[in-house]
Design a protein around this ligand. Structure first.
Ligand SMILES: Nc1ncnc2c1ncn2[C@@H]1O[C@H](COP(=O)(O)OP(=O)(O)O)[C@@H](O)[C@H]1O
Ligand SMILES: [Mg+2]
Length: 444
């Protein structure tokens, strides 16, 4: 197929956006085309390949991961007829910390208008209170809440009048090595990394309606080896976390209890109805043929195995993350997405054990995605495109780190590193850049 090269020598084509979701079950490459200079983007293709070399969200085998990436990239390229050169990459891993700090600046003795420079200063003042452990780095800097003269809940302080500006800032901290491995693999597979996003943030942007995000909701993306958790209040992420348990643990439980191979357990798991009251016409037993013999399992026993793991995951681990967000109430409820959310009846079951409304969500863009690739397992991938657009629309919303150590190490910081995120907000981010330079000097 004819392929048009999008860019050469690092030039970024403004019309095409590429997202890469590094999952534990599959690698997905989503390609979107911008509809206007500042408008929405339309997804034009989604490539994918089974993910090998990634366990619990972490890269454990570089060669296998690179192979998976190459297959997914090739699949996407064939679908859209383009040569892809760069992507914003979503990744996860167990060691993700979401740290909140506060900052404050005085605007003077008399009330005056808040300027962009003031927002940069207040962000810096909150950043000064973040302590980044050695070997870790800040991946996202997210203003969670602004207050003016003690009045909280200010959506955008720019242009408003006050004497004092306060901020609550969230910093997502991850191991440097984890980011470096992701970056190495993507580059080895032939793409430049134009940005990085933690998976739960991309999934939340891919699933949450504006109303849910404002009233307060929790999004859980149930992947293969991990679950991404994001708690949104007043349109902003209050807490982001990755839990190292996912749908594959359910499969393993089924395989262990029934003493059957993983692929058979995976088939069985998808048949189990977690809705507690047996539905009319639902079979009482599940028949299975394995190595020439027929087996019959009681549906209620299978339901117990699946429910047991899901209950532990949600009542213990996910509840703890929701509590850590500090959100008092989440009237928008729990929104589940990702491959694991396709379990039959899981929404009903979770409504009961979490005692809150539960909605299973497809990607918000599902109606505009290829029909065979528009299910809940593609929410994160579609969310990457929304993340890129959000970042462009409001540079203060998610201040990202595209992590480009080489230029930082060789003196000047180029436009591909932190400054790309901050260039639109001026030079106010230099304390962060300095911190990263310091970190690299310590490391190498
Ligand atoms: N119909 C289904 N019912 C139950 N679980 C499912 C179903 N389809 C996929 N899954 C599970 O979803 C998980 C993969 O989800 P996915 O979002 O694709 O993962 P990742 O983002 O980690 O690559 C696997 O554990 C798989 O067994
Ligand atoms: Mg997923």
């Amino acid at each position: 197929m004819f392929k048009k090269t999008l860019s050469s020598s690092g030039y970024r084509d403004p019309e095409v956006l590429v997202g890469l979701d590094l999952g534990t079950s599959k690698v997905t490459v989503v390609v979107a085309e911008r509809e206007g200079p500042s408008g929405e983007a339309q997804i034009i293709g989604i490539g994918q390949a089974p993910s090998n070399g990634i366990r619990k969200g972490l890269i454990v085998n570089i060669d296998q991961t690179v192979k998976s990436l190459k297959h997914a990239i090739e699949d996407a390229e064939n679908m859209v007829g383009l040569d892809l050169t760069e992507a914003t990459v979503a990744f996860s891993g167990g060691d993700v910390q979401s740290v909140k700090t506060k900052g404050m600046i005085s605007l003077g003795r008399a009330p005056r208008t808040v300027m962009q420079f003031d927002i940069e200063r207040v962000i810096e003042s909150a950043q000064a209170n973040v302590s980044v452990p050695s070997g870790k780095m800040i991946l996202h800097t997210i203003p969670v809440e602004y207050s003016l003269d003690g009045n909280s809940g200010i959506d955008d302080p720019l242009g408003m009048t006050a004497m004092r500006l306060d901020i609550e800032l969230e910093s997502v901290i991850v191991p440097v090595a984890m980011v470096q491995n992701v970056r190495n693999c993507v580059e080895k597979a032939g793409l430049e990394v134009s940005g990085l996003v933690i998976k739960p943030l991309a999934s939340a942007l891919g699933a949450l309606t504006p109303e849910e995000s404002v009233v307060g909701s929790a999004v859980v993306d149930i992947g293969g080896g991990t679950c991404g958790v994001a708690v949104f209040v007043e349109g902003r992420p209050k807490h982001l976390a990755v839990v190292s348990v996912g749908g594959d643990h359910i499969t393993n439980d089924v395989a262990t209890v029934l003493k059957i191979p993983i692929n058979k357990a995976e088939e069985i798991k998808k048949e189990v109805d977690m809705f507690s009251d047996p539905r009319p016409g639902a079979p009482e037993n599940l028949e299975l043929e394995h190595m020439g013999r027929n087996y019959s399992y009681s549906m209620s026993e299978l339901t117990d195995i699946v429910q047991c793991r899901v209950e532990e995951l949600f009542s213990v681990l996910i509840k703890a993350e929701i509590a850590a967000s500090g959100a008092a109430m989440l009237p928008g409820g729990l929104i589940i997405t990702g491959g694991g959310s396709k379990s039959i009846g899981i929404d009903h079951y979770l409504t009961r054990i979490m005692n809150m409304p539960v909605r299973m969500s497809l990607p918000l863009d599902s109606g505009r995605m290829p029909p065979s690739r528009s299910g809940a397992e593609y929410t994160c991938a579609a969310g990457i495109i929304r993340y890129v657009l959000e970042q462009e629309r409001d540079p203060f919303r998610f201040i990202g780190n595209s992590f480009d150590p080489s230029p930082i190490m060789t003196s000047t910081v180029d436009q591909g590193g932190w400054e790309k995120g901050l260039s639109t907000v001026g030079k106010g981010g230099h304390s962060i850049i300095d911190a990263i330079i310091k970190l690299f000097k310590e490391l190498f």
